[in-house]
Design a protein around this ligand. Structure first.
Ligand SMILES: *[C@@H]1O[C@H](CO)[C@@H](O)[C@H](O)[C@H]1NC(C)=O
Ligand SMILES: *[C@@H]1O[C@H](CO)[C@@H](O)[C@H](O)[C@H]1NC(C)=O
Ligand SMILES: *[C@@H]1O[C@H](CO)[C@@H](O)[C@H](O)[C@H]1NC(C)=O
Ligand SMILES: *[C@@H]1O[C@H](CO)[C@@H](O)[C@H](O)[C@H]1NC(C)=O
Ligand SMILES: *[C@@H]1O[C@H](CO)[C@@H](O)[C@H](O)[C@H]1NC(C)=O
Ligand SMILES: *[C@@H]1O[C@H](CO)[C@@H](O)[C@H](O)[C@H]1NC(C)=O
Ligand SMILES: *[C@@H]1O[C@H](CO)[C@@H](O)[C@H](O)[C@H]1NC(C)=O
Ligand SMILES: *[C@@H]1O[C@H](CO)[C@@H](O)[C@H](O)[C@H]1NC(C)=O
Length: 522
């Protein structure tokens, strides 16, 4: 205890305060986009889908963490269920829920994806266990290139969403996605080495035609639409697959192509199977967050030009299911918050953050784990279901976006490489602001500096309530508090006593390295 106090005094003495003046407009700037409360949503690797939601009864832990968001915004996060395993899934009505075949584990991949998944009706019926009002995207198998199999899946999905419990709960199938990352099929054995966007358009159209006819899908009537592309690459990568390429190959002119209403692309900031502090700071850095996203500007513009919406249908920090000691740490929460809010500013409607059982970059671990997510070593005691640090970003975004359902967001002009800020408007009037200090303060760091934000543009006598995401170190895997409270509880519900501060706008606010503050204006 004494040692801790001593360290705090030393670092306190050495810490420097930098003042940054930020204009916070009282009224929403022209062009500030309306942002969905589901901005941060989920993508779930479907090989272990029933672990997430349960089979005959709900997985109450996962229900609770989804419902926490719903209690804040009034809307549960979206779920996209599919990903890589959607192209390895076959339907068999004799299977009650699912049967999966997994490869051997390794230190770099302690929780590998299944190679073969066989599912029956119960697999899709498990959607009834999610919070009411949840909007869903299910994946269909394109990899196998078997119309009958895709139709069997689609018919099972249709029956589930038309069933009384799912209808009564208002859980809706908003989109079907046919195929995951088809641009990689030529590398992963699902197609040969000459597989092209034109081949994809032909394969997609063949299956989508039957799905459209069997499910009576229409471009503007009720019922699900298609999310198209779902590519790993984009127009700026070396591969030829992009939204622009499949538009040029005529996908939108086909009958099922007219049912495409959203285009999805996937993004990771890199692929690292080992991690370190430098990598964590790179992830959190304001400039690299922006450059990772603005790469998509041309693709987003091409999609919007067709009157379609644009999502990152699968994204997270680093491929390899996350970099150990990086993707699973508190710094990743700051990354996710800035990444998602910035994405909202460049025309990205929603981000589906990818999660699989035991992946390092998860928001949530919904079942007990028997081996380390970092290196696969056996755990003496199972690690009970828990949220990981990135989950706090979802909660903070939910509180900042609020319950209006039509909140507008504007990035603030903050002239600092380590401080980002966003303003939130309801009915055009400022309600809240978020500031993120992305300078990593590690367990090995000694000096924790402070940014003092002078808030201009608002009346100095206005009152602001300050809520802080308190982090001991950027590389901590837990122990975060949000307004003094924790989500690291047995049931995933918030615990502890709420702790807020009140300031006058004229006083400004201090934000130390590796911290987030939410200001709510009276
Ligand atoms: C997995 O699926 C592939 C392709 O459908 C098949 O060849 C293989 O036999 C399956 N393996 C198992 C273990 O089911
Ligand atoms: C797909 O649609 C075609 C044309 O309607 C039909 O002949 C074929 O039987 C369908 N295939 C399946 C597997 O339903
Ligand atoms: C396509 O899928 C159906 C249904 O699973 C199966 O009966 C059939 O053998 C498959 N066709 C091929 C060519 O694999
Ligand atoms: C790849 O597959 C396509 C479609 O089956 C076929 O037309 C083409 O000849 C194949 N190309 C090579 C290089 O094997
Ligand atoms: C994306 O972010 C990573 C750091 O997480 C960085 O190494 C990489 O260069 C960035 N990529 C682009 C295109 O900005
Ligand atoms: C952990 O081990 C138990 C008992 O063997 C098993 O039921 C459970 O599925 C395992 N958990 C995971 C995530 O593999
Ligand atoms: C993660 O960090 C811990 C604690 O510093 C260290 O013991 C471990 O070797 C690291 N694991 C990996 C896979 O980097
Ligand atoms: C940020 O600065 C730019 C250029 O100076 C200005 O057009 C924009 O309105 C400012 N945005 C906000 C939110 O103040």
């Amino acid at each position: 205890m004494r040692a801790v106090t001593f360290t705090a005094l030393i670092s306190g003495a050495a810490a420097a305060t930098t003042t940054v003046s930020v204009v916070v407009p009282t009224y929403a700037p022209a062009g500030a986009p309306t942002v969905s409360p589901g901005l941060i949503s989920y993508s779930i690797e479907q090989d272990r889908w029933t672990d997430w939601v349960g089979t005959t009864s709900p997985n109450q832990f996962f229900f609770n963490v989804l419902d926490n968001v719903k209690q804040i915004t009034g809307h549960a996060p979206w779920l996209r269920v599919g990903a890589d395993s959607e192209d390895h899934t076959v339907f068999d009505p004799s299977v009650p829920f699912e049967e999966a075949v997994f490869p051997a584990i390794s230190t770099t991949v302690p929780y590998p994806e299944a190679t073969n998944i066989t599912v029956g009706n119960g697999f899709y019926q498990a959607i009834a266990h999610v919070p009411s009002g949840t909007q869903v995207i299910f994946g269909l198998n394109l990899g196998l290139n078997n119309v009958t199999n895709a139709i069997d899946e689609a018919n099972s999905i249709r029956a589930v969403f038309n069933s009384p419990p799912v209808k009564a709960a208002g859980i809706t199938l908003d989109f079907l996605e046919i195929g995951n990352e088809a641009d990689l099929y030529k590398n992963n054995g699902l197609r040969n080495s000459s597989y092209s966007p034109a081949n994809y358009v032909a394969d997609w159209t063949a299956i989508a035609t039957n799905v459209t006819n069997d499910l009576h899908l229409t471009p503007s009537g009720p019922g699900p639409k298609f999310v198209g592309a779902a590519f790993a690459g984009s127009s700026h990568t070396t591969g030829s697959f992009s939204p622009q390429a499949i538009f040029a190959d005529g996908i939108l002119n086909t009958a099922p192509g007219k049912v495409i209403k959203t285009i999805s692309q996937h993004h990771y900031s890199g692929s690292f199977c080992s991690g370190n502090g430098g990598l964590l700071q790179d992830l959190m850095t304001k400039a690299t967050i922006r450059s990772n996203l603005t790469e998509y500007n041309a693709d987003i513009a091409a999609v919007h030009a067709q009157g379609l919406s644009y999502i990152l249908g699968e994204t997270n920090s680093y491929a390899c299911h996350g970099a150990p000691n990086v993707s699973n740490t508190a710094g990743a929460a700051l990354w996710l918050l800035d990444y998602s809010l910035y994405a909202s500013q460049i025309g990205i409607e929603r981000l589906h953050i990818h999660n699989g059982i035991g992946y390092k970059y998860n928001l949530v671990q919904p079942v007990a784990l028997n081996r380390s997510i970092l290196d696969g070593s056996p755990l003496l005691e199972p690690l009970l279901p828990h949220v990981q640090p990135a989950y706090y970003a979802q909660i903070i975004a939910a509180e900042a976006l609020g319950r209006s359902g039509r909140t507008r967001v504007a990035e603030l002009n903050v002239s600092s490489p380590t401080l980002a800020g966003y303003a939130f408007y309801e009915g055009a009037v400022i309600k809240r602001a978020v500031f993120i200090n992305s300078k990593a303060f590690f367990a090995t760091s000694t000096t924790r500096n402070v940014a003092h934000v002078d808030l201009t543009g608002l009346s100095a006598s206005k009152t602001a309530i300050v809520k802080r995401l308190t982090i001991q170190h950027a590389d901590d895997a837990g122990g975060l508090t949000w307004g003094g409270q924790t989500y690291e509880t047995r049931d995933g519900r918030v615990g502890g006593t709420l702790s807020l501060q009140t300031v006058k706008v004229g006083e400004g606010v201090d934000i130390q390295d590796t911290e987030v503050v939410l200001l709510s204006f009276a």
